[in-house]
Design a binder for this molecule. Structure first.
Ligand code: NAG
Ligand code: NAG
Ligand code: NAG
Length: 368
């Protein structure tokens, strides 16, 4: 299963026209009333916790979003509101008592300057999240069909994964250890549903997968924990992300990365490990700072130019991040202390999966 993080961002236009001299300059008027922001640094302003929809509580739960109510007075947009309800895989307590709040439809807006001149168009930025057909659905239909036929907005894409995405699932895997042995006896359980394989092929496919990862007499029991983890990384992250990148690259400029920077003693870069280097986090070692400087440069360049390395980037050793050229070879950027271009990450394992899909998949795949 590919974990799609639903990330909807609404960029709200803030106009100078609405900044009047009687008001504090950090107070701006938006559709629902006045909001007062904050100045974080001399060149960074923020308006945090602006409601962009009514809280989806009570009768509004699971319903299409409603416009927020207007307010009188000035909305205090100087602090973050609640995160949405979520569980955290390495924190068993949060599985039982999820963190966050259903009342979480707030957006933060940051800008280096308070805009002068004209009204900006509202912009909606979506990851491709396919919804069931219902009133208010934005994108429906088959994700695979859209992706493979190029039926999506052709904007540049940056996509990638970390070297050991399932690192933090260790706790869950430890808990489930007794069940892992089931994979040895019922290999059909290993078959990804995205293949939409025929029932009659399940045993054969599962056996091929088992042979590839632990050999015919091997076991997914704790002693082969590393192999189980590799199987999960390959099947749930690397395969779908690489395949998505290949499809995207046919139609639009696509930059692939593999983030593998990690501290000594850690076993690779886990899920979301890269976020500490893109967002505010405690600065630690010299090498942490190096990675942070390099990554924020690549990401902000991409935001500004649609190209992470439009010119020499000293912060990343002047690497040139080449987009994927459609074809067999898969170019990607390795992000670690030696930032460099390389080709075909996890080549051998991906070859195995591509062959398996070629042989057993029924189109359209239900996802990648
Ligand atoms: C909220 O204010 C806007 C003007 O900023 C107005 O167009 C809209 O009708 C108001 N909505 C309600 C529910 O009063
Ligand atoms: C950095 O990576 C490149 C490409 O993989 C390699 O040729 C080079 O030797 C590496 N440099 C260091 C210092 O490891
Ligand atoms: C699955 O079964 C159907 C019906 O027998 C057949 O037409 C199709 O080719 C099979 N798919 C694969 C991938 O073997």
């Amino acid at each position: 299963m590919l974990f799609l993080i639903v990330f909807r961002m609404i960029v709200i236009a803030i106009t100078a026209a609405s900044v009047t001299s009687e008001r504090h300059s950090l107070e701006v008027e938006i559709e629902n009333g006045w909001v007062r922001g904050d100045q974080i640094t001399p060149s960074l302003f923020s308006w945090r916790g602006i409601p962009y929809a009514k809280p989806p509580l009570g009768k509004l739960r699971f319903e299409p979003p409603q416009k927020p109510d207007n307010w009188t007075g000035t909305w205090d947009a100087s602090y973050d509101r609640s995160q949405c309800m979520q569980t955290v895989s390495d924190d068993i307590a949060s599985v039982i008592f999820p963190r966050g709040d259903e009342d979480c439809l707030y957006i933060n807006v940051y800008t280096p300057k308070i805009f002068a001149a004209k009204q900006l168009d509202a912009v909606f930025v979506y990851t491709p999240v396919i919804e069931h057909q219902h009133k208010g659905a934005v994108i429906t239909g088959s994700y695979f069909n859209r992706l493979s036929s190029g039926n999506f907005p052709k904007i540049p894409v940056m996509i990638g994964y970390n070297s050991n995405e399932v690192l933090y699932f260790k706790l869950i895997m430890d808990l489930l250890t007794p069940f892992m042995v089931m994979y040895d006896f019922i290999p059909a359980l290993l078959v990804p549903s995205s293949l939409r394989a025929n029932k009659s092929d399940l045993v054969e496919i599962g056996t091929e997968i088992k042979n590839h990862y632990v050999g015919p007499f091997g076991s997914f029991a704790p002693s082969h924990f590393k192999q189980l983890r590799k199987f999960m990384n390959d099947n749930e992250f690397i395969r779908p992300i690489q395949q998505t990148a290949r499809f995207l690259a046919r139609y639009t400029r696509t930059y692939l990365y593999v983030f593998s920077y990690h501290h000594s003693g850690e076993d690779g870069a886990g899920h979301e490990a890269e976020l500490s280097y893109l967002f505010n986090s405690e600065d630690n070692s010299y090498s942490d700072k190096y990675i942070k400087k390099c990554m924020t440069k690549l990401w902000t360049n991409f935001g500004i130019y649609g190209n992470p390395t439009p010119h020499n980037i000293e912060q990343c050793g002047n690497v040139v991040w080449k987009p994927i050229v459609p074809g067999d070879k898969l170019d990607y950027l390795r992000i670690n202390l030696n930032v460099s271009m390389s080709t075909n990450p996890s080549k051998k394992d991906m070859k195995f999966w591509y062959k398996l899909f070629e042989k057993y998949a029924n189109m359209p795949l239900n996802t990648y």
